[in-house]
Write a protein that binds this ligand. Structure first.
Ligand code: AMP
Length: 312
């Protein structure tokens, strides 16, 4: 593994990889690496990509200066994990290398996808910060594929939309969320939880899991799924910033779980804000029910089945 810190060095390293016939997979991170990041790296490596890992705490996507200041940084340990996981090139730029003096560009989407949930809670600048830095990283490394965690489900969708709208020649892949044994989604922010909040935080994944199980057992009424998850959160003493059930592609709230959906939650534990989500797959055509529990017409079920098979 080589460590590079400037865009010129990164480009030179990627050129060498390409000359040896390798495809390139980019894994963008903000460091403080854990087993979730490792899964992104090993997924890329298993696909045969030479892995370029970026470690950059992107100031542009932080809405709270205190959160940026407290964000954990552990470069030495990160590089050890990266090398052991199979990274070929670690790109660890300074803030000045990414945003040189005089930098004024912004890559920003508009519309519900960036205005809802994380966009609403963290401000419109959050996703603009994400898309700006991801656009830059894609241009810097010019990978064949880029790997993102499903844990940040809205971020993946925002990146997909940017790549599609701006014709970036890259494939975006989402990797399932890696969790602690008790279900808590791994996050670099977990190390900042107090022991009491760490115990309480498991309530996030438990609430989502209770909804997932209800859905798998045939409950498709959004009202009931949200109410079950909401009660589980309340039982755990968690007041969510949001608890929502949305269409997995558009992030619009749905009345009925017909197409692939996501239940998402965000909550604060002291100074630490955590997010999690669970995918709710589309109901098989034969089992599709409407929000009020009535069976759907054969025509709608067939339309949904056709849409699902198109998306597979
Ligand atoms: P971050 O360093 O938190 O910006 O995360 C870098 C990438 O790792 C993002 O694509 C995240 O979605 C992904 N990631 C973070 N936590 C997890 C996790 N628990 N499981 C899978 N991917 C994750």
């Amino acid at each position: 593994m080589i460590v590079v810190r400037t865009v010129a060095e990164l480009r030179a390293a990627v050129t060498v990889l390409r000359q040896s016939g390798r495809s390139v997979g980019l894994v963008p991170t903000m460091g403080a690496l854990h087993a979730g990041h490792r899964r992104l790296i090993t997924t890329a490596a298993e696909r045969g990509d030479a892995v370029v890992l970026s470690i950059f705490v992107n100031p542009a996507q932080f809405d709270e200066p205190a959160d940026l200041a407290a964000y954990p940084r552990s470069e030495r340990a990160d590089l050890d994990l990266a090398e052991a996981a199979g990274v070929s090139v670690a790109f660890v730029p300074t803030v000045e290398a990414v945003y040189p003096l005089g930098f004024t560009a912004t890559v920003a989407l508009r519309g519900p996808l960036v205005e809802t949930l994380e966009g609403a809670d963290r401000g419109i600048g959050h996703f603009a910060g994400v898309t700006t830095v991801v656009a830059k990283l894609l241009n810097m490394a010019q990978p064949d594929r880029a790997y993102f965690g499903q844990k940040d489900a809205q971020q993946v969708q925002v990146v997909r939309a940017m790549v599609s709208d701006l014709d970036f020649p890259v494939e975006i892949l989402a990797v399932p969320t890696v969790r602690e044994a008790d279900g808590l989604a791994l996050s670099s922010r977990n190390v900042r939880l107090t022991p009491a909040d760490r115990r309480r935080a498991v309530g996030l994944s438990r609430a989502l899991e209770s909804a997932r199980r209800m859905h798998a057992a045939g409950e498709h009424r959004v009202r009931n799924l949200l109410s079950a998850a909401g009660s589980a959160l309340a039982d755990a003493g968690i007041v969510p910033q949001y608890l929502a059930l949305v269409d997995a592609a558009s992030f619009l709230r749905v009345q009925r779980v017909e197409l692939p959906a996501l239940m998402l939650v965000a909550a604060r534990f002291g100074q630490v804000r955590l997010i999690d989500n669970v995918p709710l797959p589309a109901a098989p055509a034969g089992e599709a029910v409407s929000a009020d529990g009535a069976s759907m017409s054969n025509q709608s079920a067939a339309a949904i089945a056709a849409a699902v098979s198109r998306s597979n």
